[in-house]
Design a binder for this molecule. Structure first.
Ligand code: SAH
Length: 434
């Protein structure tokens, strides 16, 4: 199987990648030739892998949101474990992946696109993979159930408000997307209505109807996106109801979530992941800690309670602003946040010969870069805790750190995204010669 959960089928020496096919299965496929291009479609599974189940989701074959619903949860974990083992076991033993107790309805951020379907019926769902067709999604298995219900209510309210979904080709209609964010601990819900124009006819009545049906909604934001773009959110926002943000608690720390802020999508597993990362750092109140790629300051603020002080570095200025306000909100005074490139920042810190005890790093999918890793090796903190959402770039970066004098002490995969091919891994590295 490929990294992203597709089966590899080899015919006459040529490799084809097929969704919904598991390693070791015997399958019947048809080959279609169009000009010089050849495609392969799955017709039948002749001999199934022991992990195969009938997908519990009706639309998983078209939707593209999940890639592994045709595997039992044990099978999904096995797939993820094997993937991490294959890439990382040369650095040390990989611990058994931490799965979810109940691997459904975990996503706290739900995005739904609105469109007109067959016989002009309003549908809401997600864009089909690599296309502009909206696949109707009603009871998504991985989304928060409250969000599913709110989207359903909006769809039912629309006709009585004569609110039409936006049609990009005809440039007609009003509602493009609905974004819902839910607080796992707080129970607060934010609804973002992404519409094409700032004029919102009957907005007060609409807000009233929606909040009466769902008292858990604490805030509603109108986001205006008039552009022809695949970006969901536009620049301009008007708060229609409530404060414009919600709050949630993660590892005893309160975080403010607004329409655009980055926040991990699986709060239950995030807490497990962060607790593991903090445990690996073994903080004893006296350390100087750097949190690189710090986002809205989650790891920094959680670590600050057990360290002397923490410095966060993050490229996105909005996230830095959120981090600073999150520090204030939690009355945390020993965390500072800087806006900039983590590699540049590390190089400056290295040049000034400053001392660091522990570095947390949580880079984007592409991983870290040479500048950052070289500066890290120069600074040589005692411990590095690397959190990664991509074992491929993690393996590449570990190679540099191991060559630079670090020993991998623990490798812990965590399943943050059941149903999908993604896997998160946290690694503890210790400097060899203290
Ligand atoms: N640690 C945070 C966020 C991790 S996501 C959390 O768990 O919530 C990765 C973050 O890296 C994003 O916020 C992204 O904006 C930031 N980023 C990407 N490239 C960067 C760079 N070159 N320097 C600093 N931050 C960067």
């Amino acid at each position: 199987m490929t990294q992203d959960g597709k089966g590899i089928v080899t015919i006459e020496g040529e490799k084809y990648f097929l969704s919904n096919v598991i390693e070791g299965e015997e399958v019947l496929v048809e080959m279609i030739t169009r000009g010089r291009k050849r495609f392969v479609n799955l017709l039948e599974v002749k001999e199934a892998n022991a992990f195969r189940v009938e997908s519990p989701c009706e639309i998983s074959a078209n939707c593209g949101g999940c890639q592994l619903q045709h595997l039992s949860y044990a099978g999904q974990l096995h797939f993820k474990q094997s993937k991490v083992n294959a890439l990382l076991s040369e650095y040390g033993e990989v611990s058994p992946i931490i799965g979810m107790e109940n691997p459904t309805h975990y996503r706290n951020k739900v995005h739904s696109t609105f469109s007109l379907g067959f016989k002009s019926k309003i549908i809401s769902g997600i864009f089909e993979e690599e296309s502009h067709n909206v696949v109707s999604v009603k009871d998504c298995l991985i989304q928060d159930e409250r969000a599913n219900a709110i989207i359903e209510t909006i769809r039912k309210l629309m006709p009585s408000f004569k609110m039409m979904p936006y049609d990009e080709d005809a440039e007609k209609g009003f509602l493009r997307h609905v974004l819902i964010r839910t607080g796992h601990v707080s129970g607060e819900v934010m609804v973002v209505l992404v519409v094409v124009s700032p004029m919102f006819p009957e907005k007060n009545h609409f807000v009233k109807a929606l909040t009466e049906a769902h008292p858990e909604i604490k805030t509603i934001v109108q986001n205006v996106n008039p552009k022809k773009t695949s970006m969901v959110l536009g620049d301009k926002e008007v708060v229609l109801f409530g404060k414009g943000f919600i709050e949630d608690t993660l590892c005893d720390t309160v975080f403010r979530i607004s329409s655009k802020s980055f926040y991990q999508v699986n709060p239950i597993q995030t807490e497990i992941l962060y607790n593991k990362a903090i445990e690996m750092a073994d903080l004893r109140d006296k350390e100087v800690v750097l949190d690189a790629y710090s986002g809205i300051g989650t790891i920094s603020l959680i670590a600050s309670r057990k360290a002397n002080h923490v410095v966060g570095i993050e490229l996105n200025n909005d996230a830095v602003r959120d981090a600073i306000s999150n520090a204030k909100r939690n009355n945390i005074k020993n965390a500072r946040f800087y806006n900039g490139d983590a590699g540049d920042f590390m190089r400056d810190v290295a040049k000034e010969g400053e001392h660091l005890d522990v570095v947390f790093m949580d880079p984007p999918r592409s991983g870290s870069d040479e500048r950052f890793l070289n500066a890290l090796v120069t600074l040589s903190p005692k411990k590095v805790v690397y959190i990664s959402c991509n074992p491929l770039s993690l393996a590449r970066d570990l190679k540099v750190l191991v060559a630079g004098g670090y020993k991998v002490e623990e490798i812990q995969p965590v399943d943050m995204f059941p149903g999908t091919w993604h896997v998160e891994t946290v690694v503890k590295l210790q400097r060899r010669n203290p």
